[in-house]
Design a protein around this ligand. Sequence first.
Ligand SMILES: [Cu+2]
Length: 266
Amino acid sequence: MANHDDHAVEALPPTPGERATGFIKRNDVARTIGLFVAYTAIFIILGKYFYPKWMPTIMSKEMKSAETIMIWFTYISAPIAGIVLSVATNSFLNAHRGDTPPPDGPAIRTNGPIVVLWTVGSLLFTIVAIVWGLLEVNSQAVAAANDAKSAITVEVTGSQWLWTFNYPAQGIETHDLNLPVGVPVIFDVKSADVNHSFWPVQLGIKVDANAQVTTVIHTTPTMVGAIEVKCAELCGLYHAYMETNGAVMSKTDFNAWVTAQGGHTA
Ligand SMILES: [Cu+2]
């Protein structure tokens, strides 16, 4: 009360417009915005140039689609990660033991425009993800139907803790997944015991291997090279070791391999 002169200027509360402008101009807020822009740019650069390099070799159209989705989802999440990290970094830089915290900015939880922005934003991201996923699943189903006549069939059986591949048309059964390049392949996947998940990594497809039902998945290998087959469903003690090798090979090499296994080529 005594030294009211000190606070005479603050006697009138600021208007909402003045509060918002003052908030943006605050040093810590400006620094947070700068960090936000920098973090977002870093994640976008990582998504465009580095993540694709760290992914497995792309050996089918499906794997290419998986990469595209991965890159775009990185772009979409970059600004969100940017906001979180910029606020966190600013808090770390500003925090000194015993400091009185600076006066709070405008409340976010009750700020209509901001609530609308994040609700509509999240909704749009979710719709994009759902529609994109459904279109991708549909295009793979259409490709499977179109390729049905020219495809080779491989019956995949998961068991604790081994993959077995049966090629009915060739009359062979193996534990290595070898495939001819450029030929569509349809996998009929099932399990002999518990649930497994069939995942030929470089082909970009993955499907459950269940005991009661055969699940079907389709791809066309587009490149010659080694592939890894893993189990992607926790299936017991040696789940982590339930993996095998395979290869996409030229048609000539594939036929030679089939003959060597005692099978017959078309
Ligand atoms: Cu497993």
